[in-house]
Ligand binder design. Structure first.
Ligand SMILES: NC(=O)c1ccc[n+]([C@@H]2O[C@H](COP(=O)([O-])OP(=O)(O)OC[C@H]3O[C@@H](n4cnc5c(N)ncnc54)[C@H](OP(=O)(O)O)[C@@H]3O)[C@@H](O)[C@H]2O)c1
Length: 320
């Protein structure tokens, strides 16, 4: 029936940009513990094109057809029978679990426990660019590294989505933040508050820093390999690129772990990490990345740009 259908961008097969099809798809129904969100905006992430290409099938065996997208901001349209924390009309944002997805659409369902009220100071497009890139460094720096005031953190890719939030968390926590970025983005990471900016195009970071407590690696490859030597004994390297390449420390006195971001929360507390992030945004402690807004039909354009790499800012698909 037409009323049970919605506009969506989905794939019927993995592959190049052409597999992204803008078409009608069945509208999801909320289970007892879920909310149905009328999506206003969906964030686009580098993982989206990797999923589209089929690179993450082994870890997440998605059934096809698949609606992509896990960062979402919108308005609660309906609630499941057991939901008490939200009501229709509430403005919310969320990261959907990576084994669910579905944000490139007019409607999506999410467990109420994973949803948080949208930051009041942001519109829906800006809010949709936040959840996963803010949760990833939150979980890396606070849950895994237990970053303390006065500790030194080196962030590879400090101008990126994850890196930009990492810099700001470090400064909020009273830690020393060193960031690597290309020449073009050095000024941007200084504006974010890094104590030391290293141009990875012209400088070798291992000649500029030593004895850091924590490295946040959002690059992998030889950048990660060259990073072990700058950790102090007892230091920790956390990598977002653990799916591509296992994180193996070369020495017993330093540690390395991957981060795989999770939307966290429970029915009593809701998503407390996203709630705290929203409060830090509304109180002016955190600045989101600049956002480029595209219509849902232009999802392929965002994928193409992200796949090319080296661009600063978030793409967000405007849906309502
Ligand atoms: N495992 C997880 O849970 C998880 C969660 C979120 C993201 N991720 C992954 O983390 C990575 C970063 O995500 P993102 O959203 O932050 O991406 P992004 O916004 O595209 O940022 C990546 C940044 O890396 C910089 N860069 C590229 N090569 C570099 C190098 N050799 N040294 C230092 N910086 C370099 C780029 O800046 P320039 O233009 O200046 O080069 C760019 O700003 C992606 O691969 C993503 O898939 C994983």
């Amino acid at each position: 029936m037409a009323t049970n259908m919605m506009d969506a961008v989905q794939l019927h097969t993995y592959g190049a940009l052409e597999v992204l099809v803008y078409e009608k798809a069945p509208r999801p129904e909320p289970q007892a513990d879920e909310v149905l969100i009328r999506v206003h905006a969906a964030g686009v992430n580098p993982a989206d094109w990797k999923i589209r290409q089929g690179y993450l099938q082994a870890k997440f065996p998605f059934p096809l057809p698949l609606i992509l997208g896990y960062d979402v901001a919108g308005v609660v349209d309906a609630i499941g029978a057991a939901v008490t924390a939200y009501a229709p009309g509430d403005a919310v944002f969320a990261m959907l679990p990576l084994n669910q997805l579905g944000a490139y659409a007019e409607y999506v369902v999410a467990k109420a426990a994973l949803v948080a009220p949208k930051p009041e100071s942001l519109d829906f497009a800006a809010a949709a660019g936040i959840p996963s890139i803010a949760l990833t460094p939150w979980q890396a720096l606070f849950d895994l590294a237990d970053l303390q005031p006065g500790q030194t953190l080196l962030i590879h890719g400090a101008s990126g989505g994850v890196g930009s939030f990492a810099v700001q968390y470090a400064k909020w926590k009273g830690a020393i933040a060193i960031g690597t970025a290309s020449t073009a983005n050095l000024e941007a990471i200084k504006q974010l508050g890094v104590d030391q900016a290293i141009d990875y195009k012209t400088e070798r970071f291992e000649e500029k820093v030593a004895k850091v407590d924590v490295v946040l690696d959002t690059i992998g490859g030889e950048t990660r390999q060259r990073s072990w030597q700058i950790l102090k004994p007892g230091g920790l390297l956390i990598s977002t690129e653990g799916a591509a390449e296992p994180v193996v420390s070369p020495s017993s006195d330093i540690r390395g772990v991957p981060i795989f971001v999770e939307p966290t929360g429970n029915e009593l507390t809701g998503n407390t990490q996203l709630q705290q992030i929203a409060q830090l945004i509304d109180s002016g402690h955190l600045k989101p990345l600049p956002v480029d807004v595209l219509p849902l039909q232009a999802a392929a354009k965002a994928h193409e740009a992200l796949q090319a790499g080296h661009r600063r800012g978030k793409f967000v698909l405007q849906i309502a």
